[in-house]
Design a protein around this ligand. Sequence first.
Ligand SMILES: Cc1ncc(COP(=O)(O)O)c(C=O)c1O
Length: 351
Amino acid sequence: MYPNKIGVKSSTGCIDLRSDTVTRASPEMRQAMAEAVVGDDVYEEDPTVNSLEERCAKLFGKEAAIFVTTGTMGNLLAIMAHTMGRGEIIVGRTSHIHRWEVGGYARVAGVCATTLPINHDGTISLESIEECLCVGDNHRPQTKLICLENTHNFVGGKALPIDYLSKVRKLAEPYNVKIHIDGARIYNAAVKHNVSVAEIVKDADSVQMCFSKGLGAPVGSILVGSKEFIDQARLDRKILGGGWRQAGHLAAAAHYALDHAIEVIKKDHERAEKLAKSIKAFNSSKIKVDDLNMTNMVLVTVDDPESAVATLQKHGVLAIHFDKNRIRAVLHKDIDDDGVEKAISAFKALV
Ligand SMILES: Cc1ncc(COP(=O)(O)O)c(C=O)c1O
């Protein structure tokens, strides 16, 4: 048993490394939100939402897009629209969709899942996917969808290997099994591999990306895919109560976030690397960095995560107790170079 995902509560003045979801809108972003031209989005008349959806469809190289409240909603809509309540999905055992979305795929989308282990690099082994694909056996649920996560949160925000998706596609395509990417942090993956987001998702049928993580907007996700798929997702979004009205104020924040995405994410990666390397340089048996090949996250192994988190908090830094013996620190736009130095000093107290 581990504490809930976030654990300690934010206190003013702390360096908050619990997640990249904790960012606040900058004054410039707030200005853009205040000035947004808006309309009723259920009538598809909000120009700022419409332009965001068009922009994202192009950005991801897909036909269409829909702006939704959260990553959880985007993922659930993808599962609903791809499966239409039939069959099963294949999903990583430690993926967000399976572990942290309250089982929505079963309860709301009405499908079951084959869950498979996640490798150290965030992939699911191709052999195990192939073994589980089930099409045409009338005793078993038919595989409709494979869900991947890029970057993969549970292995510390690793970007999946660049050629992995096309290999999964080769397995799935002959059976008409679709591929959905939970790309809550797909920008981190694209920046890590130095490719465009369109390139990194070209073999996926759909992608969900969060504006409210490293991109720094307060709310919102985008779901992209074929026009037919997005039309279905739009109907399903209404079922979930996700048809919103003057959402252009939020879409304006998302536009602003996209304008600055690459520079912000690059900085986060540099700062995460600095923190990870500094902890490694302590050369202590009491605190070990899991891996240096990450994006904006640093996973650290300690003997007693609960007391490590408490010690960090005493030194003005918030991190989360991630699992049995690891804590997680996430870099984001509200942590500057000075914040990283403070974080390094706090981690030193764990040595
Ligand atoms: C990988 C991943 N997918 C999806 C989500 C869900 O996003 P939201 O909190 O906006 O529902 C998260 C949130 O932390 C995440 O880390």
